[in-house]
Design a protein around this ligand. Structure first.
Ligand code: 0WD
Length: 262
């Protein structure tokens, strides 16, 4: 018996075994959750089915979050298997590659701004809106954000603005859905080498710096994120909503440490 036994949770954002969403799904399964997954398009279908199987799930559905019709179709199909369910993990972000390098002011475009905000922030509330009627009492929604929402980080650029919007989304959604006994939270994760991260210029150098400056003197693992994600979606976290939980080894609270002085 784990603390998610009896909970049915939909996982988005699994691209491969390195995805944060897969680390979260593994942790949730360890705690007894039943899982369903989405894949963005046929390119990801086989891989997501394989990973879902490893976590004892046969439920995988296509969904492109840029399209309302695709979101509606997802929940129509899910409803045939799960008439009601207990939560959603939103682990989706996208910015055109040319937006993720160089001088922010020179590189940002109206189109790049719109796409990045649409996929990385609006999609969270779009999914909540579409499945609200299927969510049981004590459900929990969770998204993934990054420190670039609050601090200017080189090359993160317009994605930082989208993450700031996503964090505000968490607070407004928590306020709107709280009376329905649904909680909404975010995890601000330290950097992890994934497919999405590979689009950010100098990401590897950032990881090296991270190991030096972080209080726990190492980078974050998928398991480090998965366990608190499982907790936030469980009834153990019944009093927590509208919160951004930092799972970054303490990076965001540190300014300088002994190693940087050597
Ligand atoms: O260092 C990192 N990796 C951090 C990631 C630090 C802090 C936060 N995050 C966030 C990301 O911004 C994102 O919100 O965690 C979330 C998950 O990111 P990830 O696990 O790093 O990346 P990845 O394994 O690539 O999964 C994101 C997936 C997509 O993959 P690609 O790389 O192909 O864009 O989101 C999905 C897709 O599978 N996705 C979509 N799903 C449905 N419809 C869509 C879409 N339109 N676009 C992207």
């Amino acid at each position: 018996m784990g603390f998610l036994t009896g909970k049915h949770i939909l996982i988005t954002g699994v691209a491969n075994k390195f995805s944060i969403a897969y680390g979260i799904a593994q942790a949730m399964r360890r705690q007894g959750a039943e899982l369903a997954f989405i894949y963005q398009n046929n390119q990801f279908k086989g891989r997501v089915e394989e990973l879902a199987n490893k976590l004892d799930s046969k439920l995988t559905f296509p969904c492109d979050v840029t399209k309302d019709a695709s979101i509606t179709e997802l929940f129509k199909k899910l409803k045939e298997k799960w008439p009601v369910f207990d939560g959603l993990v939103h682990s989706i972000a996208f910015a055109p590659r040319d937006q993720l390098c160089g001088d922010y002011v020179n590189t940002v475009t109206r189109e790049g701004f719109a796409i990045t905000h649409d996929i990385s922030s609006y999609s969270f509330v779009a999914m909540a809106k579409a499945c609200r009627h299927m969510l049981k009492k004590k459900s929990a929604l969770l998204t993934l954000t990054y420190l670039g929402a609050e601090r200017a980080i080189p090359n993160y650029n317009v994605m930082g603005l989208a993450k700031a919007s996503l964090e505000a989304n968490v607070r407004y959604m928590a306020n709107a859905m709280g009376p329905q006994d649904i909680r909404v939270n975010g995890i601000s994760a330290g950097p992890i080498r994934t497919l999405a991260a590979s689009g950010i210029k100098n990401f590897r150098k950032m990881l090296n710096y991270y190991e030096v400056i972080t209080p726990i003197c190492r980078t974050i693992t998928l398991e480090d994120i998965g366990n608190p994600a499982a907790f936030l979606c469980s009834d153990l976290a019944a009093g927590i909503t509208g919160e951004i939980l930092y799972v970054d080894g303490g990076f965001s609270i540190a300014a300088i440490n002994e190693l940087t002085l050597e």
